[in-house]
Design a protein around this ligand. Sequence first.
Ligand SMILES: [Zn+2]
Length: 259
Amino acid sequence: MLTIIIILLIIIIIFSAKYPWWLPTKKGLIVLMYHHIYKYDDTCDLEKALYVEPEIFSKQMDFLLKHNYNPITLEELSKSYKDGTFKLPKKSILITFDDGWLDNYTNAFRILKERNIKANVFVACNYIEQKNCMTWKHLKEMKDSGLISFGSHTINHPTDIQTLSDEDILKELKESKQKLEENLNITIDCFAYPSGAGAINKKIRQMVFDTGYLFDFSTKRGITNFKWNKEKAINRLYIKQGYTLFDFYLLITKGKNSF
Ligand SMILES: [Zn+2]
């Protein structure tokens, strides 16, 4: 009997050292980061982690609804931000997609519409109308649904924006904002750094704000405090292929799914 108890205790300790289930629930702005909502196959040319199966994505969305999370848009985030504080409904969550892949329309948008869930896309403008990417028509339809809001993810999606000249950086920031605003007749307040590069670079961040963006999003794992004075870019929780619902639960409640 004692041996069984000791073995069980050891298992619990090992499990707890890996998974932060015992941490207190973290309050703050929860932002999910997705790329592809597509079942990975040989036609996929990006790393596997970026492809979340539509079926798994549906389950994650159902989990949010079941546990009374409130998915919001970037537009609503912008409106809620006054005096350096996000004043948002309880359990607010931002669902974001990076780049502008076609499956965001064919799979994600379909699943979101069925459940009346709001979400957001950070678009790399030169991807629009390209193979396997969304068209302006798709983006307009998503916008008109009232469910989807947009942010900029540059024009060309540079691997590391920090390696560009100041002139080119400004171009990436400014032109992407203008292009999206003009074509979709919206205001773009949010910017997400491609691959997270530049998110801790003071000069680049200043350029982002000088261009007229109000919020910048990194790829750093975590939950951002509701009081936010631009000291650091807003964290996001990267939802990867293969994550279980337990991983998903840990991410949105503890800000991490493993140590
Ligand atoms: Zn990207």
